[in-house]
Design a protein around this ligand. Structure first.
Ligand SMILES: [Zn+2]
Length: 42
């Protein structure tokens, strides 16, 4: 995923879930998964 920033919004393409990042992950790879797939940055 990478380049996550505070305030970013991620969306699930399966169910429409939206997640707002209140504190970003500073790792190179961070997985946010819903419905068996990675959330996409909005
Ligand atoms: Zn979902």
């Amino acid at each position: 995923m990478g380049n996550m920033k505070d305030g970013d919004v991620y969306v699930c393409g399966g169910c429409g879930l939206e997640v707002t990042v209140s504190k970003a992950c500073d790792e190179e790879q961070c997985d946010l998964v819903c419905c068996g797939q990675q959330l996409k940055k909005k």
